[in-house]
Design a protein around this ligand. Structure first.
Ligand code: CP
Ligand code: NVA
Length: 308
């Protein structure tokens, strides 16, 4: 049995492949809005492994499979004991005998890579400590939908240099965006990620810049993006981070420093009053809930391509 491919990191794909999924997401969204999708995945199943909580990822994958005529099975954090009760390789070997695809949300990125190595069916990364490629693809789809272009768009990511930021850097660089990252010192993007993203940007005319000044980061930005200061698994650092990050809050003052037409994005869940104020999250420039909806459309494109 030969699987079509895995979806582990946006760094693994060409601009052509990314555009293929963006265009398919657009078409599937339009079809769904017009009354429903064709059963492209009739009778197909997706096994979903979760080591961490989720609202968007779980529900958007499950509903997406239903829309396309298939089914999804939720496997809770305690159920499988990935790497504990059973080795990651054996989980992949067994689950891929039952399901046509596997989606996994894990702590260690190596675990999703290992699942892919031993699975006979496509493995989709539903967030690891290193990357969140489904979020990144959906976010590029949202930017394209809202601004009508991707190449040359300035996306300012302000906050923690985390998994979501890494995927925005990889995907943004591949599609020719200027990704401007503003983080506190000590919470920046890993050098290896920056180097890879810069290499992609050099090929596409994209640009990667970093700063520790949030106002410099958002200057002339078309998109302002943030995420929580403390990601899942970092809870012990919450107090220390809460003392350092406040200058990086997305509030009305910071939004005013970007283009007047700038849109505001957040992958959610938001810690309102920390990384983003209510005023901005619920304000006229916010696209937060269209962005959340688009997770479903972008993932349906990935599913329709890899599992059909
Ligand atoms: N953005 C995102 O992945 O949300 P969940 O953690 O709720 O899945
Ligand atoms: N950076 C966050 C994203 C949640 C969707 C986390 O990893 O918790």
């Amino acid at each position: 049995m030969t699987k079509k491919g895995d979806f582990i990191s946006l760094a693994d794909f060409s601009a052509k492949q990314l555009w293929g999924w963006l265009e398919l997401a657009r078409d599937l969204k339009a079809e769904w809005q017009a009354g429903g999708n064709r059963p492209i995945l009739k009778g197909k199943t997706l096994g979903m492994i979760f080591q961490k909580p989720s609202l968007r990822t779980r529900v958007s994958f499950e509903m997406g499979m239903l829309h396309l005529g298939g089914n999804a099975l939720y496997l809770s954090p305690n159920e499988i004991g990935l790497g504990g009760r059973e080795s990651v390789a054996d989980v992949a070997r067994v689950l891929s005998r039952y399901a046509d695809g596997i989606m996994a949300r894990v702590f260690a990125h190596d675990h999703v890579v290992e699942l892919a190595k031993y699975s006979r069916v496509p493995v989709i990364n539903g967030l690891s400590d290193a990357t969140h490629p489904c979020q990144g693809l959906a976010d590029l789809f949202t930017v394209w939908e809202k601004l009508g272009r991707l190449s040359g768009v300035k996306l300012a990511y302000v906050g923690d240099g985390n998994n979501v930021a890494n995927s925005l850097l990889f995907g943004g660089a591949k599609l020719g965006l200027h990704v401007s990252v503003g983080t506190p010192a000590g919470y920046g993007i890993k050098e290896t990620v920056l180097e890879r993203a810069a290499a992609f940007a050099a090929e596409t005319g994209g640009q990667i810049t970093t700063t520790h000044d949030p106002f410099a980061a958002v200057a002339d930005a078309d998109v302002i993006y943030t995420d929580v200061w403390t990601s899942m698994g970092q809870e012990a650092e919450k107090a220390a981070r809460a003392a350092i990050f406040p200058p990086f809050q997305i509030n009305a003052r910071l939004v005013a420093a970007a283009k007047p037409t700038a849109i505001v994005m957040h992958c959610l869940p938001a810690h309102r009053g920390e990384e983003i104020t209510d005023e901005v999250a619920d304000g006229p420039q916010s696209v937060l809930f269209d962005q959340a909806e688009n997770r479903m459309h972008a993932q349906k494109a990935i599913l329709a391509d890899l599992l059909a």
